[in-house]
Design a protein around this ligand. Structure first.
Ligand code: ADP
Ligand code: MG
Length: 474
């Protein structure tokens, strides 16, 4: 026996280095080594679910560790403590029956019979369940903007009083890359920091579905459902993947009801509003209406800049404002892409020893989105300037010397010179066949005006931004 203890302790040393503290405490500390025979180490685990969890999540780590300790022939056997009396009969837990199964012999050899509610064992509540949260997804790092204010504050309210607000379930929806996972996990992380005794679990719908399939295969659906009853805050990400999975939805419905009845908090994300979730059971959708559905919208320019600034600080680099603005103009619909551009810009610049400037940013952006290579044209500038001054666009090319028209025409020429590669001659041509000296003259008078009039300067810079920003929508 001593021998098995030594081997297992060596294994634990390796395992400890490979999993986080919480997982280690939850899943490895409760294990008891009970025997070693012919390179087969037998360990005792508290219940069948425990064994399944180890097999599902740590099988390769265990394999690797055992081989390291016991050589290529090394194998692992499990003993599962089976409590087959009523769970509230105290004698039952004093006299556990041992059921043995083999590591190699797959899960089928575990007999499901005789295991009743393995989770309702006295003291099991103290077992920490790994929340599966990414610690970087916090409220602090989730930049607030008009696009997410409601969802963010509802999330914060939920995190402060899980299960006790009207936002239960909280359904966060929005298209890809807008921060659903980040926000949902921020709620989880906030709960973990605020409450010592609350169990949080983050799970993707895919994983949830796989666990259900597995539990059906192992005849352990009840165990599965019971396990989820231990959770105080359950976060299920991308629920749209449950579409058309009838059995999964049925079990989820069951879990949902039980959690709801016991005042537990549910947080759900989806890529579309609940009413558009095709392939979902009506009774499930109607449950979603009990709480709050809050959407994440496309961030506006200011929020995009704030996100970029924040990211830049986190990366510990300086990127000129102009470059950040360029990125924020061009990447509009996806925060993940926004961050992606910044990160690859930083990487490109350090790999190729290039300065981070707008040219480099343009190259990087072009690699990520196809849209950006749309060129700004003289036509487009004319259109936006005319819109800005509220005059018909054809007036810019006519011979009129009306003051407001002249101002708009000169500014359009100036911007055409500045923002496109057109020659002076070609610009003149596009303004009713004027010659290049007229264009030079126009540019000069705009420049003079810019130098002397601060409010004009602001106005021009606004128009310029608008042109740069709208080019991809044109
Ligand atoms: P989704 O789950 O909606 O597809 P994610 O939550 O994965 O989107 O977000 C994509 C990336 O954008 C993540 O790196 C996330 O941190 C970041 N992100 C999204 N919204 C914000 C925000 N408001 N502030 C800061 N970062 C954000
Ligand atoms: Mg996501």
């Amino acid at each position: 026996m001593n021998n098995s203890l030594t081997v297992w302790n060596n294994c634990l040393d390796i395992i400890r280095k490979n999993v986080n503290v919480q997982s280690f405490k939850t899943w490895f500390e409760p294990i008891k080594p009970v025997g070693l025979k012919d390179s087969a180490l037998t360990i005792q685990v508290p219940n069948k679910f425990f064994y399944e969890w180890l097999e599902e999540h740590y099988v390769s780590l265990l394999k690797m560790t055992i081989r390291k300790e016991l050589g290529d022939k090394g194998s692992l056997r499990y003993q599962i403590v089976v409590d087959d009396k009523k769970e509230n009969n105290p004698k039952a837990s004093l006299a556990p029956k041992i059921e043995e199964t083999s590591y190699k012999g797959s899960k089928k050899r575990v007999r499901a019979t005789g295991i009743q509610n393995p989770f309702i064992i006295p003291g099991i509540k103290n077992l920490r369940i790994d929340s599966q949260l990414n610690p970087n997804y916090t409220f602090d790092s989730f930049i607030e903007g008009d696009c997410n204010r409601l969802a963010r504050s509802a999330g914060l309210a939920v995190a402060k009083k899980p299960g006790k607000t009207a936002f239960n379930p909280l359904v966060v929806f929005g298209s890809v890359g807008l921060g659903k996972t980040h926000l949902a996990q921020a709620i989880g992380n906030e709960v973990v920091t605020r409450f010592d005794d609350k169990t949080v679990l983050y799970v993707t719908s895919e994983k949830f579905t796989n666990q259900i399939i597995e539990s059906i295969r192992n005849n352990a659906v009840n165990d599965f459902v019971n396990f989820y009853q231990l959770i105080d805050v359950l976060i299920i990400d991308d629920i749209q993947f449950l579409a058309n999975k009838t059995k999964t939805q049925e079990i989820f419905f069951h879990i949902f009801n039980q959690l709801n009845q016991s005042g537990k908090q549910l947080v759900i994300t989806t890529d579309r509003p609940p009413k558009d979730l095709d392939g979902m059971e009506e009774r499930l959708l109607s449950r979603f209406k009990w709480g709050l559905s809050a959407d994440l919208q496309i961030p506006d320019f200011e929020t995009r800049m704030a996100i970029l600034n924040n990211k830049m600080r986190n990366e510990g680099v300086e990127v000129p404002d102009q470059v950040l603005e360029f990125i924020a103009y061009n990447i509009k619909t996806n925060v993940r892409e926004l961050e992606g551009v910044l990160v690859s810009l930083i990487a490109q610049s350090s790999l190729n020893q290039r300065m981070i400037d707008v040219d480099l940013a343009r190259e990087v952006v072009q690699n990520i989105v196809q849209q950006v290579d749309k060129e700004i044209t003289v036509d487009f500038i004319q259109k936006l300037v005319a819109e800005h001054f509220n005059i018909p666009v054809n007036k810019l090319s006519e011979q009129t010397r009306k003051r407001e028209i002249v101002i708009a025409r000169q500014l359009s020429m100036y911007l055409a010179k500045k923002m496109t590669d057109n020659s002076l001659q070609s610009i003149g041509k596009q303004f009713g066949g004027r010659d290049h000296s007229t264009v030079i003259y126009s540019c000069r008078s705009v420049e003079d005006h810019l130098e002397t009039d601060e409010s004009y300067k602001n106005e021009v810079s606004k128009i310029e931004k608008k042109i740069a920003m709208s080019i991809n929508d044109a």
